[in-house]
Design a protein around this ligand. Structure first.
Ligand code: M6R
Length: 598
């Protein structure tokens, strides 16, 4: 959450920072700002509530500086106002700071600084850092020395960029638990929260580790590790990641475009992994399942639902105790890891703070760690022992769609890969899913008219059993996050333990009931809802007419493959529901794509 970017080079910083902010906006978009300097130590500061578009409109000056820092915000401390937008500055407007993360002890620091006479102009946690650096600069000879001292007082998570009007052509960057990447171009440098804005200028990047401090100057950079208390030799990596942000003429929203890429994402993710009736995972480097006595899968939101799917799958295919846990809970649990525990984290961004922290704990305690991650070079990719990249490609809409299908497909292949007794014919059926997903996407009109017909309802249940349960959760989450409509996903059998009390003619239920081993039981639950005058939308491959409000037909497949067919339908349903309610689909209120604060 929050995106930060800094530029130092020969080009005009204003355009580079504004373009960069646009590319980082998916991280948070309630307000933004920048500060740019020129060689005469003049600066231009502008901030505003709203997105980069609002900032562009507010910028009347054509200020020609060639270094500066910028920020796009997802508010944590302090409301969404111009004053609370970053950059923040010290008492004399000489030191400027942008920040991604949370300073947990900011209240104590602020109180102390107030007593010393500092004047604050925002309600944010970030501003204390500018004033702390101001204080230390009275004692230290350079900005980097002052930052080094100030950072020791900060508790919490951070990626900071700091500049001083009095130390021209210098940017200091420092991080802990929030991402920060250095782009190394020809006579120019960028520091940013992720590779997206960097990849347009250079493919050479340095991934910074926690407590690395970059001292960026016109003629080069140095990295000082505060952990090791010495300068480090930087490792330059090449990135293969470019987001095309050109106007999308075919689809009205990125979310719809990405739903329509679900079949492709599936195909790309599994490419080269199935060869002659065998599953190949070079990434696992011969890792043997015999070494493992229990498996734990973790992630947040949609990625957690993929974990839940993986749990059912692993339990069916492998004889191993398997758990799926929400990462924000797992990280505070006393789970017992050892070197026979296989820890699998799933994440589109590879930056979600709770998943990242859960991963660090598992690794520290000796578990074997595997990451199923979409963004190459992201923080998690650099920590896991074994990395499996999903190949969904950049996902720009806040709602995760094609990444989810890719995660499910890797989980299936992993289960198959590790299983002892397996029928190679299953792989034929698995491969046929790509066409079946396309077939589901072709139901666009049918789903749109269903969404339109149900548009006045304010509450929905999504029910599923076993493999369909995570998909019920996913359907409900999507409706909540982009349509702002109350929806809950439940295991169908749980209804009579309470939730069924809410059922009446105004509370529709979407029942996910393919003809699997639990079909009859799901149909009993459906009848119970009908008996209470509840409207039912049934998604099933059954030919039988269940006399429900609407019945959506899917093709037959194996039990564990139905989620691949139902997912595109529930994604389309949420999309059209939100569209007809005229919601901000790609940037829903209060959310951000990458959740890097707790
Ligand atoms: O980047 P991650 O996959 O780690 O993100 C996890 C969740 O924040 C994410 O799936 C979130 O729930 C989405 N908004 C769901 O559409």
């Amino acid at each position: 959450m929050c995106g930060i970017i800094g530029y130092l080079g020969n080009k005009k910083a204003l355009e580079i920072l504004l373009d960069g902010l646009e590319k980082l906006e998916y991280r948070g978009y309630d307000s933004c700002g920048l500060v740019i300097f020129n060689s005469s130590q003049n600066y231009y500061l502008q901030k505003t509530v709203g997105s980069t578009k609002a900032l562009r409109e507010k910028i009347k000056s054509l200020f020609e500086g060639n270094w500066g820092i910028a920020h796009t915000r997802w508010a944590t401390h302090g409301g969404v106002t111009d004053f609370n937008a970053h950059p923040h500055y010290d008492c004399r407007q000489e030191i400027f700071v942008v920040h991604n993360g949370i300073i947990e002890n900011f209240k104590e620091i602020k109180q102390r600084l107030l007593e010393k006479g500092h004047k604050f102009s925002s309600e944010t946690d970030t501003e204390v850092f500018a004033h702390l650096v101001e204080d230390y600069l009275k004692l230290e000879k350079s900005l980097e020395e002052a930052v080094k001292k100030a950072i020791k007082e900060i508790e919490g998570t951070f990626a900071f960029l700091v500049v001083s009007k009095n130390e021209p052509e210098k940017i200091i960057g420092i991080k802990k638990s929030s991402p920060l990447i250095l782009g190394v171009g020809k006579n120019e440098f960028l520091l940013a929260s992720d590779p997206t804005p960097i990849s347009f200028l250079t493919k050479n990047v340095v991934y910074l580790d926690d407590y690395d401090m970059v001292i960026l100057k016109k003629d080069g950079f140095q990295i000082f590790s505060l952990k090791e208390n010495k300068y480090k030799k930087p490792k330059i990596n090449s990135i293969d990641w470019e987001i095309k942000t050109e106007q999308n003429n075919i689809f009205e929203h990125y979310m719809l475009k990405e739903i329509f890429e679900e079949a492709k994402a599936f195909g790309e993710t599994i490419k080269d992994k199935i060869q002659e009736k065998k599953v190949i995972f070079e990434e696992l480097n011969g890792l043997k399942i015999e070494r493992i006595n229990k498996i734990i899968l973790t992630g947040c939101g949609t990625a957690y639902y993929a974990c839940l799917y993986g749990k059912y799958l692993f339990e069916d295919y492998l004889e191993k105790e398997t758990r799926a846990e929400i990462a924000s809970e797992l990280r505070y649990e006393n789970y017992s890891y050892d070197k026979k525990t296989l820890f699998i984290c799933i994440s589109q961004s590879g930056e979600t703070i709770d998943t990242l922290e859960a991963l660090k704990i598992a690794k520290e305690k000796g578990a074997i760690t595997v990451g199923i991650i979409n963004v190459p070079g992201s923080s998690m990719t650099r920590i896991v022992d074994y990395l499996i990249l999903t190949k969904a490609g950049p996902e720009l809409a806040v709602a995760s769609t094609k990444a989810f299908i890719s995660q499910l497909s890797i989980l299936y292949l992993l289960a198959f890969y590790f299983a002892k007794n397996k029928n190679p014919d299953y792989l034929y059926e698995f491969l046929s899913l790509k066409n079946k997903i396309e077939e589901m996407l072709a139901k666009k009109e049918e789903i749109e008219s269903l969404a339109k017909n149900l548009i006045d309802f304010k509450n929905f249940y999504y029910l599923g059993r076993k493999y369909e349960y995570p998909i019920a959760l996913e359907g409900a989450l999507k409706l909540k996050e982009i349509a702002y409509v109350h929806a809950e996903g439940y295991p169908a059998g749980e209804m009579k333990h309470g939730p069924i009390a809410l059922i009446d003619k105004d509370f529709p239920t979407i029942v996910l009931a393919p003809q699997d081993s639990l079909f009859e039981k799901s149909i009993s639950n459906l009848e119970e809802i009908k008996a209470r005058k509840g409207k039912v939308v049934l998604i099933s491959d059954s030919e039988k007419d269940f006399e429900v409000y609407s019945q959506i037909k899917i093709p037959q497949t194996k039990e564990e493959f139905y989620p691949f067919l139902i997912t595109p339908l529930i994604h389309l349903f949420a999309y059209f529901f939100a569209k007809h309610l005229k919601r901000e689909i790609d940037r829903p209120r209060n959310l951000a794509k990458s959740v890097t604060v707790e």
